[in-house]
Design a protein around this ligand. Sequence first.
Ligand code: SF4
Length: 389
Amino acid sequence: MPTVYFGSAKQRKLTASDTLPAKLDLILDRLKIRERVSKKVVAIKMHLGGNVGYSTIHPVFVRKVVQAVKDGGGKPFVTDTSGACLTAPNRGYTTETLGCPIYPVGGPGEKNFKTISRPFKNIAEWRLGEVLLEADFLINFAHVKGHPSCGFGALFKNLALGAMMGKTRGDIHDTQHFDPYFFPDKLAALPGNGRAIEQIMAACPHEALIRDKDNPRLLHLHFDNCNQCKRCEAVAGGALKISPVNFAAFIEANAIAVRIVLDHFPDGNAVFLSLANQLTPVCDCFGFTGPSILPDVGVFGGDDIVATEQAMLDEVGKCRLIAENVPEVMEVQPGAGHPFQQLHGPFKDPYLVTEYGEKLGLGSREYELVDVTAGSAGQFMPPITAAGL
Ligand code: SF4
């Protein structure tokens, strides 16, 4: 059973040694990063965010990983999509602050990629950023947050979308539209004097339904906006189906993309780190940061992407949404399951990606969670007594 190392965001002592960067160091030790990277070129895949977002992984954490690689005699570089890399200095990511260079995964114009043929729904081929192929070892270092397409983003999404070129990123999103969900032949039976399509759109409180830009007689569903409340189905008379299959397609495509990336890092040449702090409701690519919708949970590390993602989801799942921090436009569904489902809807099941990952041979959903601070002495405050006041 794979081991997942964990450092809690909770502090027992008011010392730097009991904080997340120190716990990340302990995880790097347990994963034996230094011993594994000697003379290797090491890609550190991150999400460097966009615009004025400030909740991506802070350089303090990145430097810990970079230093461990250097200590072990490896040659690290940080990589992400072209857009995120080219604007990274605006958010504090530079060679000076991180301690290593930053390279766009497919070059500045995303013209350097390897094409892999693996048909899935609308996707015929996948374009993988060639910079990753320069590396002998991969450290997938992901920030955990909510995500409107699939409920959350972390290890799988960081590689699946972040290692591919824009064309493939678009294709992955389009998988949600592959299976039909609008059946216009059913419109004629609806009341409304030919205005049924307007009535269906008007039933959605989240602006998830618009007319298709290429054919205005058809409906287009913005899956990111849809929380599967099904108010639209109640007036659509079978002309619109909000079905799990469309949502699951995006998630399965993520798992396939990760399989393609990790095929290039066999024999233990990949490790997985995720930082669950500043958990915002939507992806870092939105380019802004709002209040956290969940408490900080901690830092996770393992050699098995499925196990490490599953462990993170289990720990985050023990938390309650911070209701006062949820943006007004979002509608929380308290009975929907995992907190990420409560926020983004029941069909955006966060555990689907680990299920697909396990089926693709990427790892195990069973794991042993090891707290890297277990056994260390806590320093608790002495009780305040009347005499002490
Ligand atoms: S299920 Fe709800 S959120 Fe989704 S399109 Fe229908 S009305 Fe809008």
